[in-house]
Design a protein around this ligand. Structure first.
Ligand SMILES: [Ca+2]
Ligand SMILES: [Ca+2]
Length: 376
């Protein structure tokens, strides 16, 4: 989960589903054939390629025992013994045709098997003839444990016609084995949440791609709470000492953005600490060189009795390729402060998060700005 990869145009999001009021949202469909690893032939999941070359000592096994898969009735155990060579489970022979200026999100369920803590997911970007151009590679080894977690990444295709195919690749390449299942490649350009793990449901114990930080004498903590707005998990973010900046953000994996588009941004939060404190949330976009544009700061003041939802629209510069959101805690004067908040359902996408469509379906477009005030 490295920022330089993101600057190449990485993005990811969870698919959302909803049918609310008179508005319907089309769900992003899995573009992968047999992404759930249910059908196999000759020891290989159909539509996938397994290869081990140049001396690589690696193997793949269909798994059906409880706890070794997350969808249907089977998954795969991928084993890489320490050796030279190259090996992976991938879709190189069955690449997905993709569209220019579209954002694609990869989701992979994986858990530790044995050996080293090493596991990588890669989106390989190819031209229309299938020639390799570049890749977005996420190293997830540090997050692996004995429970399945969902690892996410994202890529934005170039605006011209040069990038037209994607291959999905899973590997570790060193002495490690991992269980994998339920691999999904979603087009999140026009629907779906582009945030990676915006609902904090991808792991019951870790924040995964979220970053928490405290500098200049500040102290903060972040953990998974089960007092959630939706699903089972939310982020509990607390600042216990103030000296400099402290925040919770998606710095390592900002969402993929398309120049000139307007993104819908929303999140839910609850004050579980000192009264009178607010969340300052910052929106920031970057160009292809990784240069940030001027940040936009907004203040939200959730109450202590239940979650409140805040939303905003965010228009991209014509040269922007990614968009960031970060949360800080401030006092009534807008200064960095101690405090404690639960945050859930962080959403950035081309259309409002499905829950907001109730308002849209009745013409209440003013949802954006609801309970928000622009910080001077
Ligand atoms: Ca499965
Ligand atoms: Ca949640």
């Amino acid at each position: 989960m490295k920022r330089n990869l993101v600057m190449l145009g990485v993005v990811a999001v969870m698919a959302t589903t909803a049918l609310l009021g008179t508005a319907s949202v089309s769900f992003a469909q899995n573009l992968l054939t047999n992404g759930d690893l249910e059908t196999w032939s000759n020891g290989i999941p159909n539509s996938w390629r397994w290869y081990a070359v140049a001396g690589a000592d690696a193997s793949i096994t269909q798994t059906t025992a409880p706890g070794t898969y997350t969808s249907g009735s089977s998954g795969a155990l991928l084993t890489w013994n320490s050796s030279p060579g190259d090996s992976s489970l991938d879709t190189w022979d069955n690449k997905n045709i993709v569209l220019p200026n579209h954002v694609y999100k990869l989701l992979v369920d994986a858990r530790y098997g044995s050996g080293a803590n090493a596991f990588n997911t890669t989106l390989q970007v190819c031209d229309s003839a299938g020639n390799f151009l570049r890749q977005v590679r996420e190293t997830e080894g540090a997050y692996m444990n004995n429970n399945f977690q969902t690892f996410a990444s994202e890529v934005t295709m170039a605006a011209d016609n040069t990038e037209r195919q994607l291959s999905t690749r899973l590997d570790s390449l060193i002495g490690a084995s991992n269980y994998v299942d339920n691999v999904r490649l979603l087009d999140v350009t026009n629907s779906g949440n582009r945030m990676l793990n915006g609902d904090f449901e991808n792991s019951s114990t870790q924040l995964l791609n979220w970053r928490s930080f405290a500098v200049g004498g500040s102290a903060s903590s972040v953990s998974i709470s089960h007092d959630a707005k939706t699903g089972s998990n939310a982020a509990l973010f607390s600042v216990t000492a103030v000296g400099g900046d402290a925040g919770l953000d998606d710095w390592f994996d900002p969402v993929g953005a398309i120049g000139g588009e307007t993104l819908s941004v929303s999140f839910s939060a609850k004050n579980v600490g000192e009264a009178g404190k607010s969340i300052m949330y910052q929106l920031l976009q970057f160009n292809a060189a990784g240069t940030p544009f001027a940040p936009m700061n907004f203040t939200a003041t959730p109450g202590a009795n239940g979650y409140s939802t805040f939303s905003q629209t965010y228009t991209m510069d014509p040269t922007a390729v990614s968009a960031y959101i970060g949360f800080r805690i401030v006092d009534g004067n807008g200064a960095f402060s101690t405090g404690s908040f639960l945050i859930d359902n962080v959403y950035m996408g081309a259309v409002p998060e499905p829950g907001s469509l109730v308002g849209l379906s009745f013409g209440l477009m003013s949802l954006a700005g609801f309970l928000l005030k622009r910080k001077a």
